[in-house]
Ligand binder design. Structure first.
Ligand code: GLV
Length: 334
């Protein structure tokens, strides 16, 4: 559809339903196609919807790979409102001259809040206690009822010490008096470690020493099952495990086994292998707190994430620098 007096606008597919105010911003620059039904499209459905589109606004769910790029030759930009971009083959996009952007920073504190909440809930058996209460089982108060683990003063272990890992460390060190240890491929500069009292340790030491282990590393083939049966077997008895990173970083079957056997005491999980499906054993176990991938889900943060994806799209097509491009070397757009 061409508007009188308006140059032809690029066509943008919005792969999931987003906030109306962000759509309105985008509508002034793009001809929009929107997944009004908010369906989780299959690869073929996404390719079909993308025909004749110049750009796509994605979330964590849409897979952008070489096959899709080959089937959508007009595509020039893939802008995600997520920080993690393991659903996007960045190298293939760069080879095809397709811009990719993600949405870092704006979700750091909100996601750290959820990680901390899950850790607390797991350690203090909150979901388990609430389910029991809702079942009408509370007849009397007793001394050992739902005794869990302390969080304050305990050792917080962080695997992956990027922005979100550091925000969790800050909460633990400054708010809860925790001793913070972490493992990361690269050690933080001393000036960043010092205010957190954070100490770099080997992965084995992290597993063995943490009372509460939180996973905040990006997913890649290298981090697939970074925590599996062997790693769980190294964890401190009584420890908890929290995963707010990505499904697949933990071997969920091995985790269910470790929780069932009491090898670790509890888990807080926001992400799952094969989500939205869950390993059935996780649903049966009392000592696991489950949330449906809501790490960044506060309204202001989700809005900021969507606006950042929009900023990248608008800049890419109007000649400005996209603020959080992952492969700015492809600019200007084809
Ligand atoms: C959510 O999981 C994200 O990567 O933003």
């Amino acid at each position: 559809m061409s508007h009188a007096g308006m140059p032809h606008r690029p066509r943008l597919l919005i792969a999931r339903r987003i906030f109306p105010e962000v759509l309105e911003r985008l509508r002034t620059h793009f001809e929009l196609r929107v997944n009004e039904a908010d369906a989780a499209w299959s690869a073929d459905e996404l390719i079909a919807a993308l025909q004749d589109c110049d750009a796509v606004f994605v979330t964590t769910g849409e897979r952008i790979d070489a096959a899709l790029l080959a089937a959508c030759p007009r595509l020039r930009a893939v802008c995600s409102m997520a920080v993690g971009y393991n659903n996007i083959d960045l190298e293939a996009c760069t080879r095809a001259g397709v811009l990719v952007s993600n949405a870092p920073d704006v979700l750091t504190e909100t996601t750290a809040d959820l990680g901390f909440a899950l850790m607390l809930a797991a350690a203090r058996r909150m979901s388990e206690a609430e389910r029991w209460l809702r079942r009408g089982e509370w007849q009397r108060w007793s001394v050992e009822q739902f005794c869990g683990q302390d969080v304050h003063g305990a050792t917080l272990g962080i695997l992956g010490m990027g922005r979100i890992g550091q925000a969790i460390a800050r909460r633990g060190a400054l708010g809860f008096g925790m001793r913070v240890i972490y493992h990361n491929r690269s050690r933080l500069p001393a000036a960043q470690e010092a205010p957190l009292g954070a100490r770099w340790v080997s992965k084995l030491e992290l597993l063995r020493e943490a009372d509460h282990l939180v996973l905040v590393l990006p997913y890649s083939p290298a981090s697939h099952h970074a925590v599996g049966a062997a790693e769980l077997a190294q964890m401190k008895p009584g420890a908890t495990l929290t995963n707010i990173a990505r499904g697949g970083i933990v071997d969920d079957a091995a985790l269910a086994e470790a929780l069932r056997g009491g090898r670790i005491t509890a888990a807080g999980l926001d992400v799952f292998e094969g989500e939205p499906a869950l390993h059935p054993a996780l649903l049966e176990l009392p000592n696991v707190v489950l949330t449906p991938h809501i790490g960044s889900a506060s309204r202001p943060t989700r809005l900021a994430m969507a606006n950042l994806a929009a900023d990248n799209l608008i800049a890419a097509f109007t000649g400005g620098p996209p603020p959080t491009a992952l492969n700015p070397q492809v600019l200007p757009l084809r």
